[in-house]
Unconditional design. Structure first.
Length: 116
């Protein structure tokens, strides 16, 4: 069965960095578009970044452009989100998404808290 397991969240000071990982299994990772979403308290879930299976094309929310980088390692079936220059407004639960065979799959998420 499809599994997505996020890790790497935690508490970080403003201006700091974190790298999130999402380990995937149960589907052909190299042929699957992968995305990171986030949901802050009291807000709707929003797309943060996406990386396509073919060619590795990426796109980002305007709020994170220039600060976050999404990447993938098809040999390890893992997608990453490098987050730099973090701001308090980046505080949210970050979840990994895979769109595979017409279905959308989600991990449980990892909490990122940006606070001094």
């Amino acid at each position: 069965q499809v599994q997505l397991v996020e890790s790497g969240g935690g508490l970080v000071q403003p201006g700091g960095s974190l790298r999130l990982s999402c380990a995937a299994s149960g589907f052909t990772f190299s042929m699957t578009d992968m995305s990171w979403y986030r949901q802050a308290p009291g807000k709707e879930r929003e797309l943060v970044a996406a990386i396509m299976s073919a060619g590795g094309r990426t796109n980002y929310a305007d709020s994170v452009k220039g600060r976050f980088t999404i990447s993938r390692d098809n040999a390890r079936d893992t997608v990453y989100l490098q987050m730099n220059s973090l701001k308090p407004e980046d505080t949210a639960v970050y979840s990994c998404n895979a769109h595979w065979n017409g279905m959308s799959y989600w991990g449980k998420g990892t909490l990122v808290t940006v606070s001094s």
